[in-house]
Design a protein around this ligand. Structure first.
Ligand SMILES: N[C@@H](CCC(=O)N[C@@H](CS)C(=O)NCC(=O)O)C(=O)O
Length: 228
């Protein structure tokens, strides 16, 4: 039987991973369609208002289809419609705080984009410092763990897990020292790495794909690693 929900994806996209993690946490079966962003198919351009992934294709009862875009909107929809563990706090103020930290995660991704794609040593260093400063902010928010809000996995975890995944490769290539002053963030990273929903959000060859992406951009990170 075909799955009701289809997640239109790209192999490396951290925003796609948020939605995949949320679906897996709720134990929802879904289909994944992977597209090449460097060569966007016409059907995708027709249905994606911003030309971006993720999209969630949702069938309506009348047989038509809704196309949801924007990862946080998709995550909120999953939270509101799917059974399974809650991924947002019950309390409205805490829920708003979680949404704010999800946005913070998106701003980290903007710095990470510069960090991983620049060929310029100066820009690289600016981004490295911006990332370190942002993770120090996050550090101040964390409690006992293992997750953002304690024992209970939430959408904030789904947002940060793909961010941390980048550093598995990046810090192997060249230690960023971004986490030197953030022991709680480091513990959070470890907890998320072990989570099945996080592991399964990407293909087993993710690391190789990410490495190829760095090569395509002639990233300064690879120059530092002496790997180019
Ligand atoms: N704000 C969007 C950002 C999504 C986004 O930037 N996706 C990237 C891939 S990770 C994309 O599709 N970029 C379009 C392109 O590369 O042309 C969201 O949260 O869904």
């Amino acid at each position: 039987m075909p799955h009701a929900l289809t997640l239109v994806s790209h192999l490396l996209c951290p925003y796609v991973q948020r939605a995949a993690i949320a679906l897996r946490e709720k134990d929802v079966a879904f289909e994944r369609v992977v597209i090449d962003l460097a060569n966007k198919p016409d059907w995708f351009l027709k249905i994606s208002p911003l030309g971006k992934v993720p999209l969630l294709r949702v069938p309506r009862p009348d047989g038509s289809e809704s196309i949801l875009f924007e990862s946080n909107v998709i995550c909120e929809y999953i939270e509101e419609t799917q059974a399974g563990p809650r991924l947002h706090p019950e309390d409205p103020l805490e829920r708003a705080e979680h949404r704010a930290w999800m946005e913070f995660g998106s701003s980290i991704l903007a710095d990470l984009w510069g960090y991983e794609t620049t060929r310029d040593a100066e820009v690289f260093e600016q981004k490295r410092q911006a990332l370190a400063a942002k993770f120090e902010r996050v550090e101040a928010e964390l409690g006992e763990g293992p997750f953002f809000a304690g024992q209970h996995f939430s959408l904030v975890d789904a947002v940060f897990a793909p961010i941390f995944r980048y550093f598995e490769l990046f810090d192997d290539l060249h230690d960023s020292h971004v986490f030197d002053r953030t022991p709680k963030v480091s513990a959070w990273r470890r907890a998320l790495r072990e989570r099945p929903s996080v592991r399964d959000a990407v293909v087993p060859e993710y690391r190789q794909h990410l490495h190829a992406f760095l090569q395509k951009h002639e990233a300064h990170l690879l120059t530092l690693a002496g790997a180019r």
